[in-house]
Design a protein around this ligand. Structure first.
Ligand code: ADP
Ligand code: ZN
Length: 295
């Protein structure tokens, strides 16, 4: 079956044609400008390609509640031109195929679960630490939707004892994203994260905040694996520090062999998929509610 896949990001739309096995036959990158500029190029790419379904992993916030009247509609984003744009509806209307949307992080989780570093487990969590912090989870075979979608980057965290930084979140100041996303690191220390590799306190604080978040996700969602991606996680020393903090903070409370000091290396891991994670995940997403699912 030919499937359309879109990774709709704040700077670019990656559009691909592939199949249910995760093969990608053709791919283009279209810059994210106003919908009136970007979308006709998207329709043009997909037209006359015999696509039967489409999956879209989108920047947000986007409504992913299938029961509401605004499924697949972009919500209040700083990208003003896109506010209230009915992304799924317009794609369905213009391409005349069923379109399934989910958040970019949910799609990344789906992609890792089907083709990446979580193929051997039933539940997983994917967190990206980049310009923002967002996480998606696969629980009971699917992604989580509800009121809207989870906003796991905005949870409250305890302050590190040496941290007086006010935080960058326009809504909550010192939430997780406000304290630990790439821009928070840059504002707190006056330099981008990539230039701070040699400063141990930077990463001690970073690991402290991220580990608290993971502990909360473990308590609430009970994932069997946690995958950490995004630009900030290129500081590979973070993995070891986060793992140690998580084991210490859990303090043995959750009984699972996966969470012991010996096994935590296989529990908190980097992504298995790189460049094509977004579009591959979108291929998988397109098959939701379809019988052709391939792991
Ligand atoms: P986005 O979240 O916009 O999709 P990224 O995941 O690449 O993009 O995240 C960008 C953020 O990651 C920036 O704030 C940048 O400073 C930070 N970043 C990128 N590379 C590194 C690095 N090697 N070390 C630390 N931080 C980095
Ligand atoms: Zn916030």
């Amino acid at each position: 079956m030919k499937i359309g896949a879109i990774e709709a990001g704040g700077t670019k739309f990656v559009c691909a044609v592939g199949d249910e096995h995760g093969h990608i036959f053709e791919k283009v990158v279209i810059p994210t400008e106003a919908p009136a500029v970007t979308m006709p190029k998207v329709y043009e790419f997909f037209r006359n390609k015999d696509i039967e379904r489409m999956g879209v992993g989108s920047f947000g916030p986007i409504d992913i509640n299938e029961k509401g009247g605004t499924y697949g509609q972009i919500q209040k984003t700083p990208k003003m031109d896109w506010i209230d744009f009915p992304l799924a509806g317009e794609l369905e209307f213009n391409l005349e195929i069923p379109v399934v949307v989910d958040t970019d992080v949910n799609v990344a989780a789906l992609s890792e679960a089907r083709w990446g570093n979580a193929v051997d487990v039933d539940t997983c969590l994917y967190i990206t630490v980049g310009t923002g912090i967002g996480a998606g989870a696969i629980v009971n075979g699917g992604t989580l939707t509800g009121l809207s979608h989870p906003e796991m980057g905005h949870i409250a965290v305890r302050r590190h004892k040496e941290d007086a930084f006010a935080g960058t979140c326009p809504y909550h100041n010192d939430c997780l994203e406000g304290m630990a996303a790439g821009p928070a690191i840059e504002e707190r220390w006056g330099k981008a994260g990539a230039e701070l590799a040699e400063d141990p306190l930077v990463w001690e604080m970073e690991a402290y905040y991220l580990a608290q978040a993971l502990v909360n996700y473990i308590y609430i969602l009970s994932p069997e694996r946690i995958i950490m991606g995004g630009g900030v996680m290129q500081q590979e020393q973070l993995f070891k520090m986060i793992r140690k903090n998580v084991v210490d903070m859990l303090n043995g409370y959750v009984s699972s062999p996966r969470l012991t000091a010996d096994n935590i290396d296989q529990y908190i891991v980097a992504p298995g998929l790189t460049d094509e994670a977004g579009v591959k995940g979108a291929l998988g997403l397109a098959l939701r509610n379809s019988s052709a699912i391939e792991k």
